[in-house]
Design a protein. Structure first.
Length: 239
């Protein structure tokens, strides 16, 4: 492969904040949940496109630890969309070969959806075409706190030694343990914040903010974000 082609390989791991569903619905005089349903459709398209491009990991922010402040109707709507998608994944597993992982604290998620998350994770563990990480009841700070607690429990049980703690070891206690950090994080809808997304993992990610609402986000927008990523000069603190 030529040097130019190597440099144009897509990032191995892309993370997306699926923002703008509410504004998309409002512009059309539709209820917010119609925006989330359209957003879930866009997710399907983009996940397929990532697989075509050879992206290995796609992480999406489906529901944050702060999203519980929304109306009960909206919360149930988002959970239902997740349920539907996971049922589809389980049904079409052999055809799609998508590995599912869920990041976040599932203890607050209703048992029916929680079971589906666990089943999809277990049954898809052997697939590796593309790994989709759903952030569900996820907050970057909450993830770090849960990891600290798990690490401390391991120290108390004598399985870890504090003097041997490294960043790499600690990262294994995060929900993302074993997954490389995202090279590229995309936030559509014009907002320029990270909003508690991948707090630990994003330290050297390239951020691309785009002025398109998530339900309107297309494969060509993903191409544009990847092209922007390739224009960046990543120095990782060096020269
Ligand atoms: C942010 O847009 C979006 C969310 C809080 C939910 C995203 C969830 C989905 C797209 C569905 C999840 C299910 C699957 C299968 C992917 P917003 O409502 O904050 O938009 P706004 O800022 O325009 O109001």
């Amino acid at each position: 492969m030529s040097e130019e082609n190597v440099s144009l390989l897509p990032p191995k791991h892309i993370a997306i904040i699926m923002d703008g569903n509410g504004r998309w619905a409002e512009k059309r005089g539709l209820p917010k949940n119609a925006g989330h349903a359209a957003g879930a459709e866009t997710f399907r398209k983009i996940a397929n496109y990532c697989r075509t491009l050879g992206v290995k990991y796609l992480t999406v922010y489906a529901f944050s630890t702060e999203n519980w402040k929304r109306s009960q109707d909206e919360i149930s709507g988002i959970m239902l969309l997740m349920e539907r998608y996971l049922r589809e994944v389980l049904r079409d597993m052999d055809k799609n070969r998508v590995r599912i992982c869920v990041f976040g604290d599932l203890t607050r998620i209703k048992p029916k959806l929680r079971k589906l998350c666990e089943e999809a994770q277990e049954k898809s563990a052997g697939y590796d075409d593309v790994q989709v990480n759903f952030c569900l009841n996820y907050g970057g700070r909450d993830e770090i706190i849960r990891a600290v607690k798990a690490y401390c429990a391991a120290v108390q049980a004598g399985r870890e030694d504090v003097s041997e703690l490294t960043e790499e070891k600690f990262a294994n206690y995060l929900d993302s343990g074993g997954v490389p950090d995202p090279e590229l994080i995309i936030r559509p809808s014009g907002e320029m914040r990270l909003s508690n997304f991948l707090t630990w993992q994003s330290v050297y990610s390239e951020f691309v903010y785009m002025d398109v609402l998530w339900p309107d986000f297309s494969p060509s927008d993903l191409d544009a974000a990847i092209a922007e990523y390739h224009r960046r000069n990543r120095r990782f603190g060096g020269r």
